[in-house]
Design a protein around this ligand. Structure first.
Ligand SMILES: Cc1ncc(COP(=O)(O)O)c(C=O)c1O
Length: 397
């Protein structure tokens, strides 16, 4: 029997819920899923890199050998052997990370939410780079902080600018490697200065690092967590090195904080999928990533170069852009008179998509910026799309 509603519910959403906004990128992604669009908008890894057969074999093995455990509820902090593997991979000669410091999360996006929940009160000061990862701004915003923007130059975050704005801040959120959205990386000197500054100020430093291993040339830079495990909270993800669909990430934090995060996670979703964690452990435990990651680096590095060459050929003078040495993004600065939002309207009509830069700023957006991703677009389509964009920019000057 279906019950009538003589008194239809007048939904009264919490103030927090009323403030929720959809991420601009996810809105654009709805449009860009149409096959005729050349999309430089997504932050999606290339499906060509997904190790489908390896995952399939691991699922088969885990389910046939330990299926009853894998399909059961698991501990909130995560699957022990995987936490141990992660702790070992983060440990260096000078700094030992304990498995107890690792909390497995449903994607590293969940770690951002949990960190917000545990560290931010309404009005708390939160320091972020200018620009910063949109998903972090979105996750922290739920807890209504006051964002203060740390100065950035062409080499990334400027540590000497922190003192002036750090008063009473709860945390500083930084992306030292192939930053989303700019593709920039911090030099070793800046990393050291940043860690030292935060340590001196007693300011928790979040190091969000989903792209660190995706360097096209040379070895990855030292992690800041290795410089100060008592003051740096490290976030990692399997999304960009295996596949994002499994939603598996982790946070490595000093023990008092990790215990709080665990309580927040218990309340949120009890634990991260046990089956997924066991499968990922099966995949990574014997060194699969050591052979797999170089194939991702090669693909992304080659496609990045195709885009950079096409930009040199087609973009008019007055436009500048970053030259990333890893990761998935190039950041473009247009002449001041060109609004990237207006350019997007025209470029969508011409079947090319990108993400305007404004949503990546916590305060005072630079509207003449935009983010391009090259990883899911084949070279000939990259050249075609960049030629179209170049012409549209010229027409707007
Ligand atoms: C900088 C950064 N942090 C965190 C995430 C979230 O990743 P995931 O939840 O897939 O681990 C992303 C995703 O693009 C990102 O770019």
């Amino acid at each position: 029997m279906k019950i009538e509603n003589p008194n239809p519910i007048q939904w009264q959403f919490s103030e927090r819920a009323q403030q929720l906004q959809s991420s601009f990128i996810r809105e654009i992604l709805k449009i860009t899923q149409r096959p005729e669009i050349i999309s430089f908008a997504g932050g999606l890894p290339s499906p060509a890199t997904f190790p489908v057969d390896v995952m399939k074999a691991a699922y088969d093995k885990v389910l046939s050998q330990t299926g009853k455990v894998a399909l059961q509820y698991g501990p909130t902090d995560g699957y022990g052997p995987l936490r141990e593997w992660i702790a070992n991979s983060l440990s260096t000669e000078g700094s030992r990370i304990l498995p107890e410091q690792i909390l497995m999360t449903s994607g590293s996006q969940q770690a951002l939410d949990l960190l917000g929940k545990v560290l931010i009160d309404e009005g708390s000061r939160v320091l972020v780079e200018t620009p910063s990862y949109l998903g972090a701004l979105q996750a922290f915003s739920v807890y209504r902080p006051e964002f203060a923007s740390v100065e950035t130059d062409e080499h990334g975050l400027v540590p000497s600018s922190i003192d002036a704005i750090a008063h009473g801040a709860r945390l500083l959120y930084a992306l030292p490697n192939f930053q989303n959205p700019t593709g920039r990386s911090l030099s070793l000197e800046r990393r050291q200065e940043l860690v030292e500054t935060c340590a001196r100020l007693g300011l928790p430093l979040i190091e969000d690092d989903p792209y660190g291993t995706l360097s096209y040339r040379g070895e990855p830079m030292p992690k800041m967590v290795a410089m100060n495990p008592d003051g740096v909270i490290y976030m990692g993800s399997f999304s960009k090195v295996l596949t994002p669909g499994i939603r598996l990430g982790y946070v490595c934090a000093p023990l008092p904080l990790v215990r709080r995060l665990e309580l927040a996670k218990q309340a949120a979703d009890l634990h991260t999928a046990q089956l997924t964690q066991m499968v990922v452990h099966e995949v990574v435990k014997d060194g699969f990533l050591d052979q797999h990651i170089p194939t991702i680096r090669k693909l992304y590095g080659d496609q990045c170069q195709v885009m950079l060459d096409a930009m040199t050929e087609h973009f008019p003078s007055g436009v500048t852009w970053t030259r990333p040495e890893g990761g998935m993004f190039i950041w473009v600065t247009l002449p001041k008179s060109v609004d990237a939002m207006k350019l997007l309207d025209q470029s969508l009509a011409a079947r090319v998509a990108f993400v305007p830069g404004a949503p990546f700023y916590a305060n005072e957006p630079e509207t003449n910026t935009l983010r391009l991703s090259f990883v899911t677009v084949p070279p000939e389509r990259i050249r075609e799309g960049i030629a179209i964009l170049g012409k549209l920019i010229k027409d707007m000057l």
